[in-house]
Design a protein around this ligand. Sequence first.
Ligand code: ATP
Length: 634
Amino acid sequence: MRADPMPLSDQAFQAAPQAMLIVDPFEDRLLKVNLAAETLMGGDADQLNARPFSHFLSASLPLWVTFSDEALTRPPAWSDDLVLLDLGRQPHRIEIFAVPLAEGSRLLLTLVERDKVERRRSQADLSRQHRSGKVGWQRIEQVFERIERQNQLILGAAGEGIYGLDAEGKTTFVNPAAERILGWSSSDMVGHDAHRLFHHTRIDGSEFPVQQCLIHASFSDGQVHRVDDEVFWHKNGEPVPVEYTSTPIFEMGRLVGAVVLFRDISERKQGEQRLRDALAEVGSLKRRLELENKYLQEEITAELNHSEIVGESPAVAQLIRQIALVAPTDANVLINGESGTGKELIARAIHADSSRGDRPMIRVNCAAIPRDLFESEFFGHVKGAFTGATSDRLGRFELADGGTLFLDEVGEIPLELQGKLLRVLQDQQFERVGEVHTRKVNVRVMAATNRDLHEMVAAGTFREDLYFRLNVFPIASVPLRERIEDVPLLAQHFLKRACQKFNKPGERIPLAQLEVLKRYRWPGNIRELENIIERQVIVSQDRRLIFDDLLSAEPGPGARTSLPTVTQRAPLPEQELSRRQRDNVVTALMQSAGKVSGAGGAAELLGVKPTTLFSRLRKWGIEPADFKARDRTS
Ligand SMILES: Nc1ncnc2c1ncn2[C@@H]1O[C@H](COP(=O)(O)OP(=O)(O)OP(=O)(O)O)[C@@H](O)[C@H]1O
């Protein structure tokens, strides 16, 4: 037979987690205990019920009396002063709650062990604290995560490359800019020795020992190191010029690595290089301008002398036609003719009428260059190329770049240099002496000679290929004796200039004297005519230029040596003697190119003391500087 199930209220009483007792305070009897009470009081219901309730109270009995009275009269009653003794007489500090049951003489007691409650409470406090601590910690974590995210954003956005190293030099993190600049990905770098990966070699190809690396120095000396001129190596093997700052990282006072911030300075380097190149260019342009200026000064003088080609002879007409024909082309021109016939004047006229006319025409007198300086003169040299080459020097080809180079006396160029000259004429390329770098120029070349180059080619002293290169457009400069009809015009032309030059206006050449000039053979050509007129302007005293002596003089090979000698036909009046003496001094000054004293000076030529000559010059108002050589050598 199945036992009747326990009523639900009894089940609840039994299962309650607190110790529950029903007592009769008047009878001092324990009527009923639940399981939790049995556990607390250390015995089963029978054992417990067998004892008066006061047995379990001992010293707390007086308190119980007042408490139970309160519970019966002013329920509910609560106390935490009672101490309960279990069956084993072990005390338990309890918190007690009492209500009277319906009968009115019984009390339902609910007991809680204070020690357990306090333990639970402190545990609850702890877990409460723990829970609230965890939340706090989670908050802190979130803050850190946010900072970390911000840091990542900053690292990601930074234009500079940034990477971290641990104390062994292994990469700990890399930002995207570092990946981009170096070509290595984060996975290539993190955990690997950064120095070995991309900092192992210097720009000159020499090994870069890690002991000398200032990034690594930060680990040992704890200092910030800045370097502004080194290279890192891109993954593709190309050097990346960088500047960087290596900052040590301390953790708890201990050096644990470094963070490196670097920047690609290729553009800065290129900028610096461009600046250096520009400065070098400015330097070379400055030198070039100085030289050009010197040449331009000469050109101004030349221009004064050569502004127009004077003459009406068929030879001059033909010449002018040829000049007009060849000037606009870039063809090389070879001008052939006796000395003093106007070869340079022709070259200047061609240059002036060409598209290069606003650039200088650089003249080189090949007869005036010492043999061993030819190459340097033409192509320039670099400092130290040979003894005496104390600085870089531009050659004539560079100087004439964009303009015209006029090689006067081209027949004098040594055979060994003719090949090099030919190369420039063909390729417009050359190297300075002592330099391997090839330079390119754009130069038109004109040449002049009074020698028969054709004959020189046959004799093997002039390269045939060079001759053909130069002789693209030949022009013959006709001797004055073959265009004698031009003499009067030329004489008037030079007279006008000489009058201006020596400030002697109003000088004139009588018609009969022009005839004298036309009868002379002019071995020194137009230069001789020019010189004679100048000399006569200087010496003339009655504004009439007389050339009678010209025809009686022995014509020499050139203008200066063909000057008339003083003839002795009859005793001379004092005035004439003085004129001739003055004449003679002028001749000497012309021969010495205005030099008065010293070797080859006019005083030496005349056999007088320089002081004597100086005082005579002062007396006659003659200025030696007017006789300075106009036959410019370079
Ligand atoms: N047709 C001309 N009209 C005016 N002046 C001229 C003429 N021809 C030559 N001259 C002048 O004669 C002088 C000598 O001329 P230029 O120096 O050109 O001769 P060159 O043949 O080059 O001489 P060299 O062979 O000695 O160098 C110059 O002062 C020049 O101005």
